[in-house]
Design a protein around this ligand. Structure first.
Ligand SMILES: NC(=O)c1ccc[n+]([C@@H]2O[C@H](COP(=O)([O-])OP(=O)(O)OC[C@H]3O[C@@H](n4cnc5c(N)ncnc54)[C@H](OP(=O)(O)O)[C@@H]3O)[C@@H](O)[C@H]2O)c1
Length: 240
């Protein structure tokens, strides 16, 4: 059955919901925030991060920023209270943080944030994971992504959406080999279109917001895994 996204958007807006966003300073988080502001479906958006972000020249009345110490997240439980929806776009790389640092951010910080969101009353959790996430993988990255998905599923959110995109197409300052390769091979096309391997970061943000509206529907399962092609399709306006 075709879904009228505009109608869902209007219905959602009337419910005056609030959301929290972890990782708004990152590439995915930035795009997601832009999409949330553009579509204006929440009455309040709380950014939770380790530093305050500056939004020059913009009036952002419904935006709140909470600066937290991720090493002591329990001390900041109040920041996680009272949100209907949570989006998690946190992450680092082994190259940047080492294997232990990667686990600390991509597992410990994310799982703890999900716990605090759940106990703070959040019913819908959106997790940026990765293509190939698998708790049994011999690759650290994919193994950790799979573990985190499973641990958050155990928490029993009313709705959990797990996004598993392939390579993100993004103009990042920092060098990331997989992203560089994707841009090199798919060229200019990649700035606007998804390919079976790679997806523009804007599409991920758009899909996450559309999915927030769709997850309200009673027939949806408690856990939904969106693979790369599902994210690309949703970003084009097709409901899964
Ligand atoms: N890049 C890809 O191709 C790709 C593909 C599939 C899935 N993913 C996954 O998607 C997620 C988002 O990726 P992205 O490329 O958007 O990430 P990103 O640009 O590197 O942003 C990561 C976010 O996590 C925060 N963060 C990192 N280390 C932290 C720490 N020690 N303490 C607190 N916050 C910390 C960053 O905050 P600061 O700005 O303060 O550092 C930033 O907000 C990640 O989980 C990634 O594994 C990425």
């Amino acid at each position: 059955m075709a879904v009228d996204m505009k109608t869902l958007e209007e219905e959602f807006k009337q419910q005056n919901k609030s959301c929290l966003l972890l990782g708004a300073s990152g590439e995915t988080g930035k795009q997601l925030l832009a999409e949330l502001l553009e579509r204006n479906i929440f009455s309040k958006i709380t950014l939770i991060g380790r530093r305050k972000l500056a939004f020059e020249g913009k009036e952002l009345e419904n935006l709140v920023q909470e600066v937290v110490d991720f090493e002591k997240l329990d001390d900041f439980a109040a920041a996680f209270q009272g949100h209907d929806v949570a989006y998690c776009c946190l992450g680092t790389t082994k190259a940047k943080a080492g294997a232990d640092g990667f686990f600390r951010v991509d597992h410990d910080f994310i799982v703890k944030s999900a716990e605090l969101s759940k106990s703070g009353g959040c019913s819908q959790f959106h997790l940026m994971s990765s293509r190939g996430a698998d708790s049994k993988s011999s690759f650290l990255y994919l193994k950790v992504k799979g573990q985190v998905e499973a641990e958050i599923e155990e928490m029993g959110f009313n709705r959990l959406a797990v996004y598993r995109p392939g390579v993100l197409l993004v103009d990042r300052q920092e060098s990331r080999p997989a992203e560089w390769m994707a841009r090199k091979f798919f060229g200019a096309l990649t700035s606007v279109c998804s390919t079976p391997m790679a997806i523009p970061i804007e599409s991920v943000g758009r899909a996450m917001v559309s999915n927030t509206l769709l997850l309200q529907q009673p027939e949806k399962k408690a856990t939904e895994i969106l693979e790369h092609k599902d994210i690309a399709s949703l970003a084009k306006g097709n409901a899964k």
